[in-house]
Design a protein around this ligand. Structure first.
Ligand SMILES: [Mn+2]
Length: 347
C-alpha cells in the first residue's frame, strides 16, 4: 500500500510541506487544472507539478483526474480526436513517472451533494446528501452546491437534452469504445486506468449511470479484461448504495488485481438514499472500514490509497471535503488499520 493525499496544485491552500509531514505519506494525487477538458496537457505543466513534488520529497504517481470529455461519453463524432488527445496525455504522464490515472464516466455531474456544510453535534461540518431535496430541484434551473459555476444555463440545457437519447447500454458501449482507444497507450506507458464509481451510485435527473454496483463492475471487466482496466475503489461512493457489499467487493477485486487505487472514507446513512460524510473510523458511520481494509490486505492489494473526504474541524474552512486536518487524521487511522491487517496476515 502506498498512502497518498489529494493536492489541488499550486492554488491549493494546503502546502506540499504540510502534506509531507503526515505520517507515511508517499506522494500526492493531483492534476493539471488549467487546460480545458479534452485538450492535451503541456509537458511543462506536468514537469512543473512533478518537480514541486520531488522538491518536497513526495511522489506523483497518481493523477486524479484526467477528465473525459462529454462528447466521448455521448459517443459524438468528435470523440476520436478527443480519445487521441487522451492517449497522448497518458503517454506524457507515463514519461513523468505516473502509474495510475483516476477518471470517471458520469454524465455531466461527477458528484452530487445537497449540502456542503452539514453541521454535526460536535461542531464539525461535512458534505451530505438528501434525496428528496435533490428530487425537488428542476435540473433545467439548477442551483446545486459545488456546481453553480461549472456550467452556464445554456450549456447545461444542451447537455441534458443531448443525454435524453443515450441509454445505459449506449453509455456503456461508449465507455468500452473509449477504453479500447486508450489501452495501447496505457500498455506502453505502464499506466493503470482506475474508474471512479458513480457518486452517489444511482441515476440523477434522468442521466444514466453505469458504474454503481458489483454487477456493473463485473460487466466492465468482462467486456475489457486488459489488466490496465482497473477500478478506483471509493468506499464512500459505493457505500451510499445499501445493496453494495463493500467488504466482499474489496476482497473480490483486490484478488483479481483490479484495484490500483482506493479512496477510503466513511459515511453515515440517514435514510434509504440519504447520508452525511463523517470521520473515517468504522464506528463513526455505516461502513465497515476495518473490514474493507482487511479484505484488501488479505487479497493482496498493493495499490495507492488516499483518505477521501474529511470533515471541516478545528475551525478550518477548507475546500469542502478537502481540508487538511481531518484527512490527515484519516490517513493516520488508515495507516493503523493497514498495519494491523498486515501484521495479522504475517501470523
Ligand atoms: Mn472517491
Amino acid at each position: 500500500m502506498k498512502m497518498t493525499f489529494r493536492w489541488y496544485g499550486e492554488s491549493d491552500s494546503i502546502s506540499l510541506s504540510a502534506i509531507r509531514q503526515i505520517p507515511n505519506m508517499s506522494g500526492v494525487v493531483t492534476a493539471v487544472y488549467r487546460v480545458p477538458v479534452g485538450e492535451v496537457w503541456p509537458r511543462e505543466d506536468i514537469a512543473r507539478l512533478r518537480e514541486l513534488c520531488v522538491q518536497n520529497g513526495l511522489e506523483m504517481e497518481v493523477i486524479e483526474s484526467v477528465p473525459v470529455h462529454e462528447d466521448i461519453k455521448l459517443g459524438r463524432e468528435t470523440r476520436d480526436r478527443l480519445i487521441a488527445n487522451y492517449a497522448e496525455n497518458i503517454r506524457r504522464l507515463g514519461e513523468a513517472g505516473v502509474r495510475c490515472v483516476c477518471y470517471n464516466f458520469m454524465p455531466v455531474f461527477d458528484w452530487l451533494r445537497t449540502n456542503l456544510h452539514t453541521e454535526a453535534e460536535d461542531g464539525s461540518n461535512s458534505l451530505s446528501y438528501d434525496h428528496e431535496q435533490l428530487m425537488r430541484l428542476d435540473p433545467h434551473h439548477l442551483s446545486l452546491p459545488g456546481w453553480d459555476e461549472s456550467y452556464t444555463r445554456d450549456e447545461l440545457q444542451g447537455l441534458l437534452a443531448a443525454y435524453k437519447t443515450v441509454s445505459h447500454e449506449q453509455l456503456f458501449d461508449n465507455l468500452i469504445y473509449f477504453l479500447r482507444g486508450i489501452m495501447p497507450a496505457c500498455q506502453e506507458a505502464k499506466i493503470d486506468m482506475a474508474i471512479h464509481p458513480d457518486d452517489p451510485p444511482w441515476d440523477m435527473f434522468g442521466l444514466p449511470r453505469i458504474i454503481s454496483t458489483e454487477a456493473d463492475i463485473d460487466r466492465l471487466f468482462a467486456a475489457l479484461p486488459d489488466p490496465h482496466n482497473g477500478l478506483t475503489f471509493c468506499t464512500g461512493s459505493f457505500g451510499a448504495g445499501r445493496d453494495n457489499d463493500l467488504v466482499r467487493m474489496a476482497g473480490k477485486y483486490a484478488a483479481a488485481g483490479r484495484i490500483p487505487f482506493a479512496h477510503i472514507r466513511q459515511i453515515k446513512w440517514s435514510g434509504e438514499l440519504d447520508f452525511a460524510e463523517c470521520g473515517h473510523r468504522t464506528e463513526a458511520g455505516s461502513l465497515d472500514i476495518y473490514g474493507i481494509v482487511r479484505a484488501l490486505v488479505q487479497n493482496g492489494f498493493a495499490g495507492y490509497v488516499r483518505p477521501d473526504h474529511g470533515r471541516n474541524i478545528w475551525g478550518e474552512d477548507g475546500k469542502p471535503g478537502y481540508g487538511l486536518y481531518d484527512r490527515a487524521l484519516g490517513a493516520a487511522y488508515l495507516n493503523g488499520l493497514f498495519e494491523a491487517a498486515e501484521r495479522e496476515m504475517e501470523k
